[in-house]
Design a protein around this ligand. Structure first.
Ligand code: GLN
Length: 572
């Protein structure tokens, strides 16, 4: 039977529960165990696809097409594994399942009630995601004391009773503020979080204390007394330079052995942190640093803007930088700045490379296109992600193929040169306003053309080999088979994740190719239409784009090929 670790957060949100969960997972992996992680989101949305990215951070996309809270991304980045969408539970999903079942008559004659039906469904889903693993980490979203997460705490308690306390452990992640006017670290909010947790019958086995500084003996003692746990189980997790340092820091406190001990277990193998440590060292003290401009659309919330809306791109750059010992300085530039006057584009001269990330709608589009034009003309490394590929195709069509009116029908439905257009199946969805979970989502295969830069990079980083295995798994799973399309035997095939509705219009591919754009990879749809997945301009050192979001498959120690190539080109 798997062992469960329930992770809850006290005091406030945003204290790093996700990275703490991921770090615990990484530690247990290093000690030789098979680990997975589940994220519970106590909101009523069915999934994160319809949430506002500026409030909730970016939407994470899984291989199997889930649109999920970004914590799942943190787990994948630390654990270097693909985590399926069922590892994300929302209140909306739980209620919907139960109401659907009730309508189908599955509970005939019964009163369907909060207890036991809701916690039972939560437990069923947790168990379903736990198969074949030694450890299952369950992160309860929100903060202790929220009404919303009570059902999930209740379910955890009920799971504990069912499988026995020896198989389940609780970790409370809290925050200790240091108010600037007194310069003293305060334990009171943590004490209150402990008390609130106890109202659900839960007493933490470990308390991880996030704070600006390490915890001193006095504070440790206070928390230990208040929570009635041994002081070795009060763990300090002060602010650090990079989140990837957290597993190393927790191990310094012997966290791995302590938690294994709690379950009466021992390490299966001696942890070897050398490679991880080297990567962390490269992040903190790189040989050189490059400056990247990300030209996108940024919406502020009040006086703050949430850098989290592009978290994965950030991380993908960090991973590539860690493997190349290159520090990354990212500047977010609002594309609207580059809309009116071309002189404003001179600001881009200060950077070593430009990224246009994914996006939707008309806002700031001409500014993005102008920036891409600037990158192409001045031979600056360019990486286009999803919308960034589509807009690079538009730029090329307008300025090289002389199709002045070229556009995407997303922005100009009446354009005479719709070089980017919606797929027919998507047209219907849009007309019916079926927005939730209906984009082209998740992993799709791309057949890569020989002698292209894109293929070279995927081979160099080892992804072609790695994806061979994933493809043979997909071939066995009929429900996911469509992700492969028509496979051409003997060709190099890779998988990346997607989230889009629009495509390069096949009618314009010939013309674009004749003018020098290379489509380095495509997906072969069942009806034999080729959907373009990659572009490159072979004459330039690095000018690449992809219809996918390769940032979702980037991990520390296993960087995304395109980001790797881009960062290396920028460092030249
Ligand atoms: N808006 C574009 C589309 O739907 C691009 C989406 C994206 O960048 N994720 O196809």
């Amino acid at each position: 039977m798997p062992k469960y670790i329930i992770i809850a957060g006290g005091v406030m949100s945003g204290v790093g529960k996700g990275v703490t969960t991921a770090s615990i997972g990484k530690i247990l992996q290093e000690h030789g165990y098979k680990v997975t992680a589940i994220k519970i989101d106590p909101y009523l949305n069915y999934d994160a696809g319809t949430l506002r990215p500026t409030e909730h951070g970016e939407v994470w996309v899984t291989d199997d097409g889930g649109e999920i809270d970004q914590d799942l991304g943190t787990y994948e980045r630390f654990l270097n594994m693909d985590i399926p969408k069922r590892n994300n539970l929302t209140t909306g999903q739980i209620y919907k399942t139960i109401i659907d079942r009730e309508r189908q008559g599955e509970y005939l004659g019964q009163t369907v009630q909060f207890i036991p039906h809701i916690p039972d469904e939560i437990k069923r889903r947790i168990k379903e995601a736990s198969n074949h693993f030694d450890f299952v980490l369950v992160e309860v979203g929100g903060t202790i004391g929220d009404y919303e997460n009570i059902p999930f705490l209740f379910a955890a308690k009920s799971l504990e009773r069912e499988i026995g306390k020896q198989n389940l452990s609780y970790v409370l992640v809290t925050y200790l503020p240091i108010p600037s006017h007194i310069e003293e670290m305060k334990t009171k909010p943590t004490q209150q979080a402990i008390r609130l947790l106890s109202e659900s019958g839960i007493f933490p086995d470990f308390i991880i204390c996030r704070a600006k500084k390490p915890l001193d003996v006095v504070r440790k003692k206070k928390i230990e007394t208040y929570a009635n746990i041994v002081s070795e189980h009060v763990i300090s997790e002060p602010d650090i330079e990079t989140v990837y340092q957290i597993p190393l820091d927790l191990e310094k406190e012997g966290f791995g052995e302590k938690i294994l001990n709690e379950f009466g277990m021992k390490s299966k193998k001696k942890p070897n942190w050398q490679e991880w440590r080297n990567l962390v060292e490269n992040i903190m003290n790189p040989d050189k640093t490059i400056k990247i401009a990300i030209v996108g659309k940024y919406i502020d919330i009040g006086d703050y803007n949430l850098a989290d809306s592009y978290l994965s791109i950030n991380q993908a750059l960090v991973h590539a930088g860690a493997s190349l010992s290159t520090g990354i300085e990212i500047t977010w530039l609002d594309s609207k700045k580059f809309e009116q006057d071309r002189k404003s584009l001179n600001a881009l001269k200060d950077y070593d490379g430009i990224i246009v990330p994914g996006g939707f709608g008309a806002s700031g589009v001409e500014g993005k296109i102008n920036s891409i034009n600037f990158a192409r003309i001045s031979k600056m490394p360019y990486l286009g992600l999803c919308y960034g590929l589509q807009l690079a195709v538009i730029e090329f069509a307008r300025n090289v193929c002389n199709l002045k009116d070229a556009h995407t029908t997303e922005v100009n439905p009446k354009t005479s040169a719709p070089v980017i257009d919606v797929q027919p199946s998507q047209k219907e969805i849009l007309e019916k306003h079926m927005f939730g979970g209906t984009m082209r989502l998740g992993a799709y295969a791309a057949i890569l053309k020989e002698k292209t830069k894109v293929l070279k990079l995927y081979e160099e980083v080892g992804r072609v080999k790695e994806d061979e295995k994933r493809i043979s798994e997909l071939e066995k799973d009929k429900s996911q088979y469509f992700r492969l399309g028509i496979i051409e035997k003997g060709k190099k095939i890779v998988l990346e994740r997607h989230r889009h509705r629009y495509e390069v219009n096949p009618k314009f591919v010939d013309l674009l190719e004749k003018n020098g754009m290379v489509f380095s990879g495509y997906y072969n749809r069942a009806d034999k239409t080729k959907l373009m997945e990659y572009i490159e301009l072979p004459k330039l050192d690095f000018f690449c784009g992809t219809q996918a979001h390769p940032e979702f498959k980037s991990r520390l120690g296993n960087p995304s090929p395109l980001f790797y190539g881009f960062v290396r080109a920028c460092g030249k």
